[in-house]
Design a protein around this ligand. Structure first.
Ligand code: ATP
Length: 145
C-alpha cells in the first residue's frame, strides 16, 4: 500500500476567556466539515517544521510550538489506490497574524477558516483522530492552569 506522511497543528489561543483552535474547511468539502491544518512532510523536513509551515499556509497565522500531541492513522482511496497515511500533530500557541490571511498561492486549498471553541472540538471536527488530538490539547492546557 502507498504510504503518506503529513504533519499538522492544533493552534490554540484564548478568546473572551475561552480556549479556541484554528480550524479549516478544506476546499471541496461540504459546509460544516471542520479539520485541522496539516500537509505533507517534505523530504528531510522535521515534522514540527512542516506543521508550522502548513498552519501558516492554510490559516494565515504564525504559531509557537508547545509539544507533540501524537500521531493519527487512516486509510483512504485515491484514484482507485489505497493510501495508508500517518499524520503527526503538535500543540501550538497562537503568536501573530490574522486568521484567513492566507498566501494567495494556497488560497485554493481552503474554503473557510475559523476560530472554534476547543471544548466543542469533539462535536465540530469531522475526523475521529483529529478530535482526539483536540481533546489532548484541551487536557494539556487544563493541567497547566
Ligand atoms: P494533506 O493535507 O496531508 O496534504 P490531502 O489534503 O491531500 O492531505 P487528506 O486530508 O489526507 O489529503 O484527505 C484524503 C482523504 O482522506 C479525504 O477523502 C479526506 O476526507 C480523508 N481524511 C482526511 N483526514 C482524515 C482523517 N483524520 N481520518 C479519516 N479520513 C481522513
Amino acid at each position: 500500500m502507498r504510504r503518506e506522511f503529513s504533519a499538522g497543528g492544533v493552534v490554540v489561543r484564548q478568546l473572551r476567556g475561552r480556549p479556541v483552535m484554528a480550524a479549516i474547511r478544506p476546499a471541496g468539502k461540504p459546509e460544516g466539515t471542520w479539520a485541522l491544518p496539516k500537509g505533507l512532510i517534505g523530504p528531510g523536513e522535521r515534522a514540527e517544521l512542516t506543521a508550522l509551515r502548513e498552519v501558516a499556509e492554510e490559516t494565515g497565522v504564525d504559531a509557537t510550538p508547545v509539544e507533540k500531541l501524537g500521531d493519527i492513522r487512516y486509510v483512504y482511496t485515491w484514484a482507485g489506490e489505497r493510501v495508508f497515511k500517518v499524520v503527526s500533530f503538535f500543540l501550538f500557541r497562537y503568536r501573530s497574524g490574522r486568521l484567513g490571511d492566507i498566501p494567495a498561492e494556497h488560497a485554493h486549498e481552503v474554503a473557510e477558516v475559523r476560530w472554534l471553541p476547543l471544548e466543542e472540538a469533539p462535536e465540530l471536527l469531522a475526523y475521529n483522530g483529529e478530535r482526539e488530538m483536540a481533546a489532548k490539547a484541551l487536557a494539556r492546557l487544563g493541567s497547566r492552569a
